[in-house]
Write a protein that binds this ligand. Structure first.
Ligand SMILES: Cc1cc2nc3c(=O)[nH]c(=O)nc-3n(C[C@H](O)[C@H](O)[C@H](O)COP(=O)(O)OP(=O)(O)OC[C@H]3O[C@@H](n4cnc5c(N)ncnc54)[C@H](O)[C@@H]3O)c2cc1C
Length: 376
């Protein structure tokens, strides 16, 4: 295992200070080791997760070579040549486990923003006082965007959130955590070869959830109750004027509808009457479609993440720069595997606990591949 820094590097360097997992503690588990503390329904702070991952590496005696950055992977006659800043490796097979969130996805419109605005991504954001005083435009309303918007509001900032397609979820329903329900109805185990539209399933935004001690909901209603303004998806910037989609109400109605469907599915599964439902998302009759950016100081891009493959010297990426694979088996590159992507093999693939089933399936394939290639 070649690791450019140390175990749990992304959690040590690329997350903000107040972050807690949005998955409950009982879901923090890897093959052979699970959370065993006294608060299974609580949400872990990041230092605790780092401790868990470090313990896991010891537990399985993982052969990690830290401070070794892979600078290129290219094919050779027997497999792959892996160049690092600490020597060259030859490998019959390679598993890419370099993370799905290495780079912030920032839309092209960012280059049109006036120079006087500060721009920051969640990979660099640590805490509110890191931003210069003044108003903040948070672009994106999935888990990252709403969590950071909430923290900025609580620190006394004026915050406007640009809202595109999003997935609304209550923290709890019928007395249970929503992750418990998703597990129970089999949603997290849905397989990549079972869903109707896999490309879409792989690009569904993260759910609007936060893990807090009081198990509170964090949705657009919670943000507006705390003083946030909402606008639609950011479209264009012209001079100091930013234009936003006029479909904010529709986007929120759709998210409310999908939430209703999910809760209906839970009720059907249980075969009994449902619990109290979240109130519909409150949106102004005519939300602003233009804003003068002169009134803002910082733009925070919570518009998603992507993997970094800048070191992969193989023709295995599609035109969007995503790796072409079937459930983690990379196409057109025998012996090359990928793990840790959204919906790699199951809906839970992007979660920590999703690694177990995916790893088992991929290792089966990899073993067969190694045996076959030795025979050949
Ligand atoms: C903001 C945020 C919040 C999240 N919250 C949750 C949550 O609440 N619950 C949950 O289950 N999941 C959560 N996730 C998802 C979680 O991050 C992933 O499930 C998990 O990190 C995947 O682990 P991984 O080992 O595949 O990737 P990573 O944790 O990203 O690890 C990849 C490793 O590869 C190393 N690396 C990268 N490139 C190179 C290179 N060229 N050479 C050598 N080493 C390299 C990196 O240093 C890193 O240590 C969250 C993700 C984000 C971004």
């Amino acid at each position: 295992m070649l690791e450019r820094a140390g175990v749990a590097n992304t959690w040590k360097t690329e997350r903000w200070d107040s972050l807690r997992l949005l998955t409950p503690n009982w879901q923090t588990r890897l093959p052979g080791l699970a959370y065993d503390g006294g608060d299974p329904d609580g949400f872990m702070e990041i230092p605790e997760l780092i401790g868990f991952l470090e313990r896991y590496a010891e537990h399985i005696d993982a052969p990690v070579r830290t401070r070794t950055t892979v600078t290129s992977v290219s094919p050779d006659a027997d497999g792959y040549v892996v160049e690092t800043d600490d020597g060259t490796w030859e490998a019959g097979a390679v598993v890419i486990a370099s993370g799905a969130f290495n780079r912030a996805r920032v839309p092209a419109v960012a280059t049109a923003l006036p120079d006087r605005l500060d721009q920051i991504t969640p990979l660099d954001y640590k805490r509110p006082d890191q931003l210069r005083p003044g108003r903040v435009l948070v672009v994106g309303a999935s888990a990252t965007g709403i969590q950071i918007a909430d923290e900025l509001l609580r620190s006394g900032r004026e915050v406007t959130v640009a809202v595109g397609e999003h997935v609304r979820m209550p923290r709890t329903y019928r007395g249970r955590d929503i992750m418990w329900w998703l597990d129970r109805i089999g949603r997290l185990d849905e397989r990549y070869d079972e869903v109707d539209d896999l490309v879409r399933a792989r690009h569904v935004p993260s759910p609007q959830l936060v893990g807090t001690a009081d198990h509170a909901d964090l949705d657009l209603n919670a943000l507006t109750a705390n003083g946030a303004s909402l606008v639609g998806r950011l479209g264009a910037v012209n001079g100091t004027t930013a234009s936003f989609s006029g479909s904010l109400r529709n986007v929120c109605t759709l998210a409310d509808l999908k939430l209703k469907r999910l809760l209906d599915t839970i009720d059907q599964f249980e075969g009994s009457d449902g619990g109290p439902r979240p109130a519909p998302t409150r949106v102004d009759e005519h939300p602003a479609v233009m804003l003068d950016l002169e009134g803002f100081d910082t733009v925070l891009w919570a518009t998603g993440f992507r993997a970094d493959y800048s070191w992969l010297e193989l023709p295995v990426l599609d035109r969007k720069g995503e790796i072409r694979h079937d459930g983690g088996v990379v196409r057109d590159a025998p012996g090359l595997y990928r793990i840790g992507l959204n919906f790699l093999r199951r809906r839970k693939s992007s979660f920590i606990h999703g690694a177990e089933d995916d790893a088992r399936d991929l290792v089966e394939h990899l073993e067969r591949y190694l045996v076959a290639s030795q025979v050949a």
